[in-house]
Design a protein around this ligand. Structure first.
Ligand code: ARG
Length: 473
């Protein structure tokens, strides 16, 4: 027998280490093997691969393509494989390329011919598409739970800080006073939109590709609706070519993950700023910070900084996946194997980040005096004075100019608007009366904005309660 002739075998897997199948005359090099294999990263989908296979086997038995005995053998074998994986005893082989072939090979070892019948009417193309969807659906459900927890933590802290006043900024310049509770609830809104996006994406994730086989469907009398039902899919992909090659759902998830990280990153940026001694609005619990190897006095907000940094990676995965798809002709191409690592990393990153931040929010120590002192600088109630004059009959544009003159005067005197006495204020407009002092205080300013979406403590309490009601498990 020449060395170029592969040994013949009844079993497609038997000589896998030597050549792909009987059709091939030489094996791939070790480098090509490593280059083309995905088992190192796709083995984490094993549980879902088995779930999909069990549903497929049940359907094959129901339509009479395999026997009930085959199905029972497959179930027994898969249950042992699940145990072996859980106990870390399963031998993952690079020679077997991916999670699908590794599990199938072991099944054949354990149960013989019934294991070889499992792949009837199926291809790894529709198999992998099914596995990713099952895996991603689970990740989405975990992320949804974490997003609800985030909102609850923010709402709880907002309730406790409904009356705490800090400067609200535009252009990072003091603009108007806001309550800290209101500021926190802005993030709860973002995380609620993130949850809505994931719920929407989940609808398109939750469709069954299995049955598309390699690309054209199969001649066996399969029952795809039965498989969909067994796997809890809401629908069946309606076109076999699209079913095996669509990765829109993964792109949508990566986009949603990128936005979650973007929101976490904005929050992180504020936490870092607020914790800077120059600002001093908050302190973070020690368990989220680390020290410096050289400067003994340092306590650095590592967790928010790192979350801000990891956002770049998650954004990158979205672009990578979009780029992966843009040139692919129908139907499946091996390019698609590259969909997983970025997707996995996006899901892992939001899962870890949200889990840490749920705890981090509980560890925020608020420093209301520093917030209040900052709000008293920078004429944060100037707009309130203008609005007061408008209510007394002055057109808004004139009121704006009048207050600008008053602010200028204060800057020269080195005082705040609320420090001017009535006589000084009346020089700017004779309509100003003693009720102005209620308006120029920080408390008066925030309390007056009690409409839906406003910063008033009264409104913050209502909104925080709405979030607590909405997210209760
Ligand atoms: N490991 C492959 C992937 O992740 C599974 C599908 C392989 N299909 C194929 N025709 N080579 O996409």
């Amino acid at each position: 027998m020449s060395t170029n002739t592969p040994p013949s075998s009844q079993d497609q897997f038997a000589n896998k280490a030597m050549a792909w199948s009987a059709r091939f005359s030489e094996p791939v090099s070790d480098l090509v093997k490593r280059y083309t294999a995905s088992v190192d990263f796709d083995k984490r989908m094993a549980r879902f691969d088995i779930q999909g296979s069990l549903a497929h086997a049940s359907m094959l038995a129901a339509v009479g393509v395999i026997t009930e005995q085959d199905k029972a053998d497959i179930e027994r074998g898969m249950s042992q494989i699940l145990d072996e994986i859980a106990q870390g005893q399963f031998q993952w082989l690079l020679d077997l390329e991916d999670v699908h072939l590794n599990i199938e090979k072991r099944l054949v070892e354990l149960i013989g011919d019934a294991g070889k019948r499992l792949h009837t009417g199926r291809s790894r193309n529709d198999q992998v598409a099914t596995d990713i969807r099952l895996w991603l659906r689970n990740e989405i459900d975990i992320a949804l739970d974490l997003l609800a927890q985030m909102q609850r933590k923010l709402a709880e802290l907002a309730l406790a800080q409904a009356d705490t006043i800090l400067p609200g900024f535009t252009h990072l310049q003091v603009a108007q006073p806001v309550t800290f509770g209101h500021h926190l609830l802005a993030y709860a809104e973002m995380f609620q939109r993130d949850a809505e996006r994931l719920q929407d994406c989940r609808k398109r994730v939750n469709r069954l590709p299995l049955g598309a086989a390699a690309l054209a469907g199969t001649s066996y009398p399969i029952d795809r609706e039965m498989v969909a039902k067994l796997l809890d899919f809401d629908d069946v992909c309606r076109n076999s070519l699209d079913a095996v090659s669509d990765r829109d759902f993964a792109i949508e998830f990566c986009a949603a993950a990128a936005l979650i990280m973007t929101h976490i990153s904005r929050f992180s940026e504020e936490l870092v700023l607020w914790m800077s001694p120059r600002v001093g609005f908050i302190d973070l619990a020690d368990r989220f910070c680390t020290g410096s190897s050289i400067m003994p006095q340092k306590k650095n907000p590592d967790v928010p900084e790192l979350a801000r940094g990891k956002t770049g990676r998650v954004n990158g995965h979205l672009i990578a996946l979009l780029t992966l798809m843009k040139g692919q002709p129908l139907a499946y191409n091996k390019d698609n194997q590259e969909d997983k690592e970025g997707l996995f990393d996006s899901a892992d990153t939001i899962r870890d980040t949200l889990t840490i931040f749920v705890d981090l929010i509980s560890g925020i120590k608020v420093k209301p005096e520093a917030m209040r002192a900052a709000a008293l600088q920078g004429f944060a109630t100037a707009t309130d004075l203008a609005d007061y004059l408008v209510k007394k009959g002055l057109p808004f544009r004139d009121a704006h100019e009048t207050v600008a003159l008053a602010v200028r005067e204060c800057e020269q005197l080195g005082c705040d608007l609320a420090d001017l006495n009535l006589e000084q204020l009346q020089k700017f407009d004779s309509r100003i009366e003693s009720d102005i002092f209620g308006v120029l205080t920080l408390e008066g300013s925030v309390a007056s904005r009690k409409h839906i979406g406003g910063t008033a403590p009264e409104r913050v309490r209502i909104e925080a309660q709405r979030i607590l009601d909405r997210t209760q498990g």
